[in-house]
Design a protein around this ligand. Structure first.
Ligand SMILES: [Zn+2]
Length: 87
């Protein structure tokens, strides 16, 4: 019971940590350690995995449309905002 609670607590902490770093992850603006941490969490969290897959797909489309007009980070942030608005 306590073990389960601790596991859940750690999962939620990693979930929040990962959720806040989806944009730099997509833009590859983070260290190798951080990337591995995001990937480790995404491998056990369907929500983050889906978010990353959607982000990648949308960013590929957006980069094709607005080349040079804004930075990849801005694009990632706006996509994340849009996804959260739908949630
Ligand atoms: Zn997660």
């Amino acid at each position: 019971m306590i073990r389960r609670f601790l596991g859940r607590h750690r999962f939620m902490r990693e979930h929040r940590w990962t959720d806040a770093r989806l944009s730099p992850y997509i833009d590859r603006e983070m260290s190798e350690d951080e990337r591995l941490r995001v990937e480790a969490h995404a491998s056990i969290c369907p929500q983050c995995r889906r978010m990353l897959a959607t982000l990648r797909r949308m960013l590929e489309g957006l980069r094709g449309l607005s080349r040079g007009s804004s930075s990849p980070s801005d694009l990632a942030d706006s996509v994340i905002e849009r996804l959260r608005g739908q949630g």
